[in-house]
Design a protein around this ligand. Sequence first.
Ligand code: 6PG
Length: 263
Amino acid sequence: MPSCTATESETFNMPYKPEIAVVSNPEELSLRAAEEFIQRSEESIREKGYFTAALSGGSTPKELYRLLADNRCNNRVTWERVNLFWSDERCVPPGHIKSNYRMVRELLIDKVPIPKGNVYRMPAELGDHARAAREYTQTLKTFFHLKAGEFPRFDLILLGMGDDGHTASLFPHTPALDDTGGLVSANYVEKLGEYRLTLTVPLIKRAAHIIFLISGESKAAVLRDVVEGTYQPYRLPSQFIRPENGRLLYLTDRMAASKLTGG
Ligand code: 6PG
């Protein structure tokens, strides 16, 4: 057991112990995630008059987005004060079946009274991926009134986790993992043979609330490796996500948590 005066390096190499909430099934996961979204939005709007959230793509959060559009949740969110961004995006047009924006628009945005000007889509249709990253970076700098070298502090960033340990579009052994100064990266993912746009590690780490949504047996091994295994973030990029001055919650269902110690 390291001494209670462990140095930063010893602490850094210890398995990081994030908050882990295990709920019984995927439906409960989505309900709990919706409650988190609602409470974080209420808190932020009460404190500063608006709420900023970067949304995850993938399949896990779909039911969450449906729930937020449902009347039971919809009228608990002051949508006029909500500002939506994306954690990452596939480099396709906004109407493409693989587009994270399209998925969120269909399940949520088209069904709630959020002003269209409060929806900040990544310009992933641009063939020049570096330009797309620069443009979204400028979008963030303008919205958050950033000075040179500053990072935005999102109220909430929702993330998924791939069974290879990636999150957002921060895939193992890809260039974006070393983007320590940027806000948005155009990341070439060799295993997919395509570019992705992604928020960077330093940006994500600065959010007030970072919530991973992880569901199903297929994620059990990787979740154990990420949370309880040795620190090897280039192989398991989700391990990079340690909050700088905020809260990290792994929200999982029982199947995904089944390989955790005591899971
Ligand atoms: C994406 C996501 C990606 C996703 C994970 C988990 O654009 O696909 O941002 O990081 O969250 O791959 O995906 P599932 O939720 O589908 O398992």
